[in-house]
Design a protein. Sequence first.
Length: 76
Amino acid sequence: MPKRILSGTVTSDANAQTVSVSVERRFKHPVLQKTIRKSKKYRAHDENNTFKVGDKVRIIECPPRSKTKRWEVLEG
């Protein structure tokens, strides 16, 4: 099964080797037919602490790194 790849913006880099990435998705409401924006935060592994707040990154699924980390940063 292929691994999912998402793109988003780094919202926090306070922890060592970890960044929080906010991923936004847009979809049309089934009844109102209005475009809605929803966002979700993912914690991703950043081996060398290279990414800072505001950077656009792509993340990919990986085996669990910790209790909350299931993603790793693919590229900036």
